[in-house]
Design a protein around this ligand. Structure first.
Ligand code: C5P
Length: 238
């Protein structure tokens, strides 16, 4: 069998239901748009476990998502969506490409969250774009963009509170959304929410507990992910 889609960290497989796919979490890790590659034993399991608990929590909070159920350690069932080619990044503190772009020191707190859009394109390196680019490139309608911004800010509020309960500061994160195959008028949260796509700092020590450990060769990458899972489990009562 060949997957319907293979990305850098996941594969999508067909199921007997045309509106449901199986999403498999791989152990592969990439950074800097695929320039840096590695594989970590257990990464797929850890990210699946973390993402599954967070999606369950978000659904309870009233956020519509693609999530259906966990199948096993590295697989979940998700509703089939057409992924929007716009990625949404929310930033609460300065880090990563924001610092590179602006020269601001890492860790500066913003007065309000920053919402950013980029084009989902490995070829182009996910370039940052504004509303006018998105309109002219026909990537999303103005109404869709307003919806994405509002949904991302709502998810941010929920995640800040949730990760706070885990003793973690939510620095920034990336979200992807998709149109449901069975009803394209509905846009839902898709992809994963894990330390691969969120920056999380320990509230007490400031220690990085996310993919920056891999990006910056800080070591103990999977130990940090396992610690995040432990705390997420406790916070969700799992
Ligand atoms: O690199 P940058 O600072 O723009 O990343 C912001 C946030 O979005 C980080 O949490 C990063 O992990 C996430 N991100 C991602 N996938 C991308 C780009 C950014 O998960 N393609």
């Amino acid at each position: 069998m060949t997957p319907l889609y293979e990305g850098k960290a996941k594969r999508l497989w067909a199921t007997s239901d045309p509106n449901v796919l199986r999403m498999e979490f791989k152990n592969d890790a990439t950074a800097f748009n695929g320039e840096k590659k590695a594989s970590f034993e257990d990464k797929g399991r850890l990210n699946n476990a973390i993402s599954t608990l967070i999606y369950g929590m978000l659904e309870k909070e009233g956020v519509p998502t693609h999530f259906v159920r966990q199948i096993d350690e590295t697989n979940v069932e998700v509703r089939k969506v057409e992924i929007l080619m716009v990625e949404v990044i929310v930033r609460n503190l300065a880090a990563g490409s924001f610092c590179k772009r602006t020269g601001v020191e890492e860790g500066r707190e913003f007065s309000r969250p920053i919402v950013e859009f980029s084009i989902k394109s490995d070829e182009l390196g996910d370039p940052l774009v504004n509303d006018d680019y998105i309109r002219e490139l026909d990537l999303a309608s103005e109404a869709d963009l307003a919806f994405l911004r509002e949904a991302a800010l709502k998810v941010n509020e929920i995640l800040i509170r949730f990760f706070g309960e885990c003793g973690l500061k939510l620095v920034d994160f990336k979200l992807e959304f998709g149109r449901l195959a069975e009803d394209p008028s509905q846009i839902v949260l898709a992809d994963e929410i894990s330390p691969d796509g969120c920056r999380l700092w320990d509230l007490k020590t400031g220690e990085k507990m996310d993919k920056d450990r891999f990006r910056r060769d800080l070591g103990n990458v999977m130990e940090a992910y396992a610690e995040v899972l432990d705390r997420v489990k406790k916070a969700t009562g799992a």
